[in-house]
Ligand binder design. Structure first.
Ligand code: NAP
Length: 387
């Protein structure tokens, strides 16, 4: 059997290392072409050597000499810069795991799509900011986008070969995050350590904070809108604290299909890696008798306004999702650096949406320009708050 050629963008992150875990278990099935990272040079070099990758790309140019030193004699080429990242995304690999966090992943994801690759997409911010452009580019280039986010992967599985006109609504489940039962007053004083301690999932810091504010679910609504072509009025969020049902599709006849599994990202990642086949994973098998009961509740938009703000940005369309995402990335980074409080995250995002003016983007360059302007607006707002 021919091995499937794969590149992993963001190979040192939470999704990236879970992907490596699966790929390394099945080296008979996958051949690693390229791996990339921002600054974890040691982990990148180790993974490149272990997997016999051809190319390792480090985002920070100052770390290139160290990467070259670590890879010396391994046969793996060390590189940095935009062209190298594009080569990793659109070079020899047939399958690209897009697992960079944030808008930084936008250009490489677009390169992979424009080159007609199969893209396993974890990097939701890319789709949130440039969904329309990406879906159109995928159609033109014949690229396939496979959702890795557990909710979207669940919906993708539940949609299977059903006709889209038979779908009544999509139901995205949400764990509710670590502050599901906290009051606004209590949330005002939470620390970054508390915010990243997700009850069910082990993830990178940014997405963990997004889960705590529930902005993550808002970004996922926008992601689902682009991936599945479903409008806001046909998408619902349902809080389900056990994270066993990863999302559902309701059909016009009243049937509801759900995808269930342990909360382990290796399950949706494996689905995307092996699609249209399946592959085994070391994830715990679901034991419903042990879990006993599943519970559900409606999201509280007063305590978690990010969900409302993100939905409004999706409905407004145009540049609003780009501004939402950029301001959120900046505010989350500032919260993690203890420069602002937890509730200031959504304040910054709402205010940035009001104060940043922009016209609808027609190219990735225009998306990046709006992203840049929204980031400086968010920074300005946060220094005003601190003053
Ligand atoms: N983690 C999850 O369970 C999960 C679930 C669903 C969706 N997602 C989505 O998947 C994406 C990755 O999430 P994660 O939790 O895996 O993030 P993470 O653990 O923070 O990892 C991010 C990866 O991207 C690299 N990176 C960061 N900034 C970069 C930049 N400016 N240029 C190039 N590379 C950069 C990092 O390199 P360094 O390690 O060197 O910093 C790392 O390899 C996010 O969009 C997230 O929303 C994650």
């Amino acid at each position: 059997m021919n091995r499937r050629k794969i590149s992993i963008l963001g190979a040192t992150g939470s999704v990236g290392t879970s992907t490596l875990d699966l790929v390394e278990r099945r080296s008979d099935r996958f051949e690693v072409i390229a791996l990339t990272a921002a600054s974890k040079v040691g982990e990148l070099a180790d993974a490149a050597i272990r997997t016999s990758a051809q190319l390792a790309v480090i985002n920070d140019p100052a770390l290139l000499p160290e990467l070259q030193r670590r890879l010396h004699g391994s046969g793996c080429r060390a590189a940095t810069g935009r062209d190298a990242l594009t080569e990793a995304a659109a070079g020899e690999a047939e399958l690209v795991m897009a697992a960079i966090v944030g808008c930084a992943g936008l250009e490489p994801v677009m390169s992979a799509i424009e080159s007609g690759r199969t893209v396993a997409l974890a990097n939701k911010e890319a789709l949130v900011t440039a969904g329309q452009l990406m879906i159109a580019a995928a159609r033109r280039a014949g690229a396939t986008i496979l959702p890795v986010d557990s909710e979207h992967n669940a919906i993708f599985q539940c949609l299977a070969d059903n006709r889209s006109c038979d779908v009544a609504k999509l139901v995205l489940t949400a764990s509710g995050g670590p502050f599901r039962s906290r009051s606004r007053e209590e949330m005002a004083a939470v620390t970054p350590e508390e915010a990243v301690a997700h009850p069910n999932w082990s993830m990178g810091a940014k997405i963990s904070v997004d889960s705590a504010t529930m902005m993550n679910k808002g970004l996922e609504l926008i992601e689902a809108h682009h991936l599945f072509g479903v409008s806001s009025d046909r998408m619902e969020v349902l809080v389900h604290p056990q994270s066993v049902i990863h999302s559902m599709v309701e059909y016009v006849d009243g049937s509801v299909l759900a995808q269930l599994g342990s909360p382990d990202m290796r399950i949706p990642i494996a689905h995307a890696l092996a699609w249209p086949e399946r592959m085994e994973t070391p994830a715990l098998k679901l034991d419903l008798a042990r879990i006993g009961s599943l519970s559900f509740e409606a999201p509280d938009l007063d305590r978690f306004p990010a969900l409302r703000v993100a939905r409004e940005a999706m409905e407004a369309g145009s540049a609003a999702p780009i501004i939402l995402n950029a301001a959120n990335e900046e505010a989350v980074a500032a919260f993690l650096a203890r420069q602002i409080g937890f509730l200031d995250i959504i304040r910054t995002v709402e205010e940035a949406l009001t104060r940043t003016s922009a016209t609808p983007p027609h190219s990735i360059a225009e998306v990046i320009d709006i992203d840049r302007r929204a980031r400086s607006m968010a920074k300005e707002l946060m220094s005003e708050m601190a003053a």
